[in-house]
Design a protein around this ligand. Structure first.
Ligand code: PLP
Length: 344
């Protein structure tokens, strides 16, 4: 890896961050807060939240097996994705490499930040070769994006190939593990300490059943986390989100039970789906959804909408011609989808 300073945009490296009222007194026990022009009435929502979410990070550190100073928390994973561009990529000059097809936000955020996006097509097994990602890079490539289990294909990316990319690339490698709770593969976040150029993304939006509260995580070396903290909005994760996240994290057994149920349903669904006349192929999955090639994705999608059932039509995505992406729902919801497709 190149030195972090060389990878970082010069304006970000030298940035003097906004210093919020609640940052400056730190270290002292305080009980009278007359520093932030808050209303003294209306406890507890009258107060600004902890800008660095200490209590929540301590809890996440235990749950995720990552040191607290290696955790960034944001307004969904989307915030971490955007911060990676803003910290490392000079608009109009730098570029990034990503697997294709994958999660759409990496490209949208590149476009917003005026950063060239270089997609590298997966092979017919939806896998990567480290060498093909690395040969797409040049001296202006700052980031490589990999998602595992990948969205929309559902499969884990080959671990050995990901490790080769991380070891051989001179810039930052992001592994998005949004779906790792559903996967049998050992998460790469547990090997963070071995890889100073690795950023792992996680979210409470999927297995943790909290898409509404918008809490995304980035795990990385504490020097990278310090950069994110400098650039983020001072109070980027609101108090209600922090409280609700603590609550869901204390219900870990609920989450484990939900994941088990979803995985059971996934097996049942895939088996039933394969028997449908519309189904041509179900691709291997390690996530809470599966990708299926059907006889006519657009027509089937439209039919399902008319029945009040929404799936994700991926037919216009590269390598996903005539594919639908189907999330595993409750047994009843999955049954409704199967029944509707039997009537098609
Ligand atoms: C759903 C998803 C996320 C979650 O994004 P949030 O902004 O945290 O809700 C992140 N990455 C991938 C690949 C996803 O599919």
């Amino acid at each position: 890896m190149k030195p972090l300073q060389e990878l970082t945009r010069p304006n970000i490296w030298s940035l003097a961050p906004y210093s919020s009222a609640r940052n400056e007194y730190s270290g002292h026990e305080a009980h009278v807060f007359l520093d932030a022009n808050e209303n003294p009435f209306g406890n507890p929502l009258n107060r600004y939240p902890d800008p660095l979410q200490h209590e929540l990070k301590e809890r996440l550190s235990q749950v995720k097996g990552v040191p607290a100073d290696s955790i960034f928390l944001g307004n969904g994973s989307d915030e971490a994705i955007d911060l990676l561009y803003r910290c490392f990529c000079q608009p109009g000059i730098d570029n990034v490499v990503a697997i294709e097809p994958t999660y759409g936000m990496y490209r949208v955020s590149a476009d917003i930040n005026d950063v060239e996006y270089r997609p590298v097509l997966l092979d017919e097994r939806y896998q990567i070769q480290a060498a093909s990602l690395l040969t797409a890079c040049d001296q202006h490539t700052k980031l490589i994006w990999i998602c595992s289990p990948n969205n929309p294909t559902g499969n884990n990316i080959d671990r050995e190939e990901m490790l080769k990319v991380i070891d051989q690339f001179q810039g930052i490698v992001i592994i998005d593990e949004a779906y790792s709770d559903f996967s049998r593969q050992r998460p790469l976040r547990l090997e963070l300490s071995l890889h100073p150029n690795l950023v792992v993304l996680n979210t409470l939006s999927k297995a943790w059943a909290s898409a509404a509260i918008r809490l995304g995580m980035a795990f990385a070396h504490s020097d990278i986390i310090a950069l994110f903290n400098k650039v983020k909005y001072p109070y980027n994760v609101n108090y209600l989100t922090q409280q609700q996240a603590l609550r869901i994290l204390s219900n870990q057994s609920d989450v484990e039970r939900w994941v088990r149920l979803i995985l059971e349903e996934r097996s049942r669904m895939i088996e039933a789906f394969r028997q449908l006349p519309v189904c041509e192929q179900v691709y291997p999955t390690d996530a809470n959804f599966f990708l299926a090639r059907v006889t006519d994705a657009q027509a089937i999608y439209d039919y399902l909408v008319s029945q009040g059932i929404i799936v994700r039509n991926r037919t216009r995505v590269q390598l996903c011609n005539n594919c639908l992406r189907i999330t595993i729902g409750t047994r009843t919801e999955n049954g409704e989808l199967l029944a509707a497709l039997r009537q098609y």
